[in-house]
Write a protein that binds this ligand. Structure first.
Ligand code: MN
Length: 222
């Protein structure tokens, strides 16, 4: 995700109906083509008169939002977050037969949470408990461990020095057409379409970054 202004809406890496029957085609159309598009349009509109920030990536905009002029700070934070969170969400979905974590992530979920079933229970409880709109995340925390965290609205875990492995969008627009008000059913269905290969790739990247930072810290003491 090292794109920058002028941001474009990257097509889904699968068909709109690919996640049926768990996440419906109409929701995917609206979610990607309308909701995400609006964040992209608003982010571009916000940055239009600020060429000095047009080379910044989404991550850089999010991480440095506090340094931006007051007039655009909130808009950049909300809309860059909205683009980042949605691109991350869509990229970690796939309708496949494998419904379980794989690789190093599978091992470390077992070590950290006891078992995949225990992890699912905790993650579902976290996603269900997000008040109003937001996300639940599996992240690698600054100490190199897996954690489940929640963010409100379009905030991201990035400014908290957390590296995202997986997220679930629990804004009502993500599930209302199919699951109505029953967020718990949507969370169960979402678990059927998690792309665990992608999540494991994200995890490996997070851990490489973590150990890279540790080496830098260690070198500083030499
Ligand atoms: Mn959404």
């Amino acid at each position: 995700m090292n794109e920058h202004y002028e941001f474009v809406n990257i097509p889904l890496p699968y068909a709109y109906d690919a996640l049926e029957p768990y996440i419906d085609e109409k929701t995917m159309h609206l979610h990607h083509d309308k909701h995400l598009q609006t964040y992209i349009d608003n982010l571009n509109k916000t940055l239009k008169e600020y060429p000095q920030y047009q080379k910044l990536s989404l991550e850089q905009l999010i991480m440095n939002a506090g340094e931006l002029p007051q007039t655009i700070r909130t808009a950049v934070n909300n809309n860059a977050g909205g683009v980042y969170n949605h691109q991350f969400y869509f990229s970690n979905l796939m309708n496949q037969s494998n419904k379980k974590p794989v690789g190093m992530l599978a091992e470390d979920i077992d070590t950290t949470f006891g078992s995949f079933a225990e992890f699912q229970k905790s993650f579902k409880a976290a996603a269900a408990s997000v008040f109003g709109s937001g996300y639940a995340w599996l992240v690698v925390d600054g100490d190199g461990t897996l954690k489940i965290v929640m963010t409100p609205n379009q905030n991201t875990p990035l400014p908290h020095n957390m590296c995202p492995v997986l997220n679930i969008d629990v804004w009502e627009h993500a599930y209302y057409l199919k699951h109505y008000n029953v967020r718990a059913d949507y969370i169960d269905d979402w678990f059927q379409v998690v792309n665990w290969n992608q999540a494991n790739e994200n995890y490996v990247i997070c851990m490489e970054a973590f150990y890279g930072q540790q080496e830098l810290k260690f070198a500083a003491f030499q």
